[in-house]
Unconditional design. Structure first.
Length: 364
C-alpha cells in the first residue's frame, strides 16, 4: 500500500486529480480496488472551483473606470456632459408643464415649483444661509425676481398652448434681445456685423410668428415676451454677478416669486390628484437639477464652447412634441428657427472673438 500512496501523492503533486487516476492502483486478490471509498478519503483533492466576480465587484470596477475617465476628460468635455444632461432634464420639466396644461392653474404650478426649489436651495446652503441672505442691491434683486416671474408666466403659458418646437424656437431670440439690451443698458459696443445678424434673427422670429390677415398668434407673442423678459434676467445677472453670490440671487428670486404668487395661487387653487402631484414634484426637482447642472457646466467649461449646445433644445422639443403630444412642426417654424439659430450662432462667435481680443490686449 505504500507504493500506492506514493503514486497517488505524486499524481496530485504534479498535475492534480487527472494524473493520479491515470497511475496504476493495486488491487486485492478478488480484483477489487484496495483504495478506501470516496467518503473515507478526506485527503482526496476536490475539483477546482472557478471563481466568478461578484456583481458588487463588477460594479466597483466599472465605477473606478468611469471615475478615471471623468478625471482625465478635458474641462470642455465635462462641461458638455453637464450641459447635455441639463437639457435632457429640462426637456422632462417642459414636457411635465405641457402635460399638466390648464388642468392646474399656471400660478399654482409655479408656486409649488418655487417652494420645492427654495427648500432644496436652503438645504444646500445649510449653515451659510445667513451669509447668503446678505445683499448689497436689494432693489435689483426684487426687480430681477419680478422679471423672472414675468418671463415664466409668458414662456410657460405659450408652451402650453402652442407646439413645443415653435415655443422653443422663439425662445432662442433671447440672445438677440440681450444684444440690444447690452447696448442700451450696459453701454457695450456692437459692430455692424452683429447688428446685421440681430436684424436677420428678428426676421426669422417674424417668420415663426406667421402673421396673417387675422393678426399675429397671441401665444407666439407671449413666447416672444418671455424671451424679452429672459434677456432682462440675463442683463440683471450680469450686473448682480459682480457683487452677489449665486445662492443669494436664487434665494431672493424664490422669496419674490412666493410673495407675489401667494394670493393668486390661493385664489385659483385646484387640489391636484395623486398623478398631478407626481408631475408637479417631478418638474420642480428637475427644474432645480437643471439650474444646478447648467451652472456647473459654465463653471467647468468655456461659455463659447457650451452655448451652441443650447440649440439641441430644439431637437428635444421636436422629439417630445411629436412622440408625446402628436405635434408636427410647420415649415414656417423650421425656416424661422434656422434663421434665428444661424444669427444667434454668429452673434455668439463674434462676442467670443471680442472677449478674446480684449483679454489679449489687457496687460497681466
Amino acid at each position: 500500500m505504500s507504493e500506492d500512496r506514493l503514486s497517488e501523492a505524486t499524481g496530485r503533486g504534479s498535475e492534480g486529480i487527472g494524473v493520479a487516476e491515470a497511475l496504476p492502483v493495486s488491487r486485492d486478490e478478488d480484483g477489487s480496488s484496495a483504495e478506501p471509498p470516496e467518503s473515507r478519503r478526506p485527503d482526496r483533492p476536490l475539483p477546482p472551483v472557478l471563481s466568478t466576480p461578484s456583481r458588487e465587484g463588477w460594479l466597483a470596477t466599472r465605477r473606478n473606470r468611469a471615475g478615471l475617465w471623468w478625471r482625465r476628460a478635458s474641462p470642455n468635455l465635462r462641461g458638455t456632459v453637464y450641459m447635455i444632461t441639463a437639457l435632457l432634464v429640462y426637456a422632462v420639466m417642459v414636457g411635465a408643464f405641457k402635460h399638466l396644461g390648464t388642468a392646474i392653474p399656471l400660478v399654482e404650478t409655479l408656486m409649488i415649483r418655487q417652494i420645492i426649489m427654495s427648500a432644496v436651495i436652503v438645504a444646500i446652503a445649510g449653515r451659510s444661509l445667513k451669509q447668503a441672505l446678505k445683499t448689497d442691491r436689494p432693489g435689483l434683486q426684487i426687480f430681477r425676481g419680478l422679471i423672472t416671474l414675468a418671463s415664466m408666466l409668458c414662456g410657460f403659458s405659450a408652451l402650453i398652448h402652442i407646439p413645443l418646437a415653435q415655443a422653443t424656437s422663439i425662445s432662442f431670440s433671447q440672445v438677440l434681445f440681450v444684444t440690444v439690451a447690452a447696448v442700451l443698458i450696459l453701454k457695450e459696443r456692437v459692430d455692424r456685423a452683429r447688428w446685421v445678424a440681430t436684424v436677420l434673427g428678428f426676421a426669422g422670429v417674424l417668420i415663426m410668428l406667421n402673421p396673417s390677415a387675422d393678426g399675429l398668434n397671441f401665444w407666439a407673442l407671449m413666447s416672444l415676451c418671455g424671451a424679452l423678459f429672459g434677456a432682462g434676467i440675463t442683463i440683471s445677472v450680469r450686473i448682480l454677478g459682480t457683487s452677489e453670490r449665486t445662492e443669494t440671487i436664487l434665494i431672493y428670486q424664490g422669496l419674490v416669486l412666493m410673495v407675489v404668487l401667494a394670493w393668486p395661487a390661493w385664489a385659483l387653487w385646484v387640489w391636484p390628484t395623486a398623478e398631478q402631484w407626481f408631475w408637479l414634484v417631478l418638474l420642480s426637482l428637475f427644474g432645480t437639477a437643471g439650474q444646478w447642472l447648467i451652472t456647473k457646466a459654465y463653471q467647468v467649461g468655456e461659455a463659447s464652447a457650451l452655448a451652441p449646445l443650447d440649440f439641441s433644445r430644439l431637437i428635444l422639443a421636436v422629439f417630445t412634441g411629436f412622440v408625446f403630444f402628436a405635434e408636427i412642426p410647420t415649415l414656417t417654424t423650421l425656416i424661422g428657427a434656422a434663421i434665428v439659430i444661424g444669427a444667434t450662432l454668429y452673434t455668439m462667435r463674434r462676442n467670443a472673438r471680442g472677449r478674446l481680443g480684449a483679454d489679449l490686449s489687457t496687460p497681466p
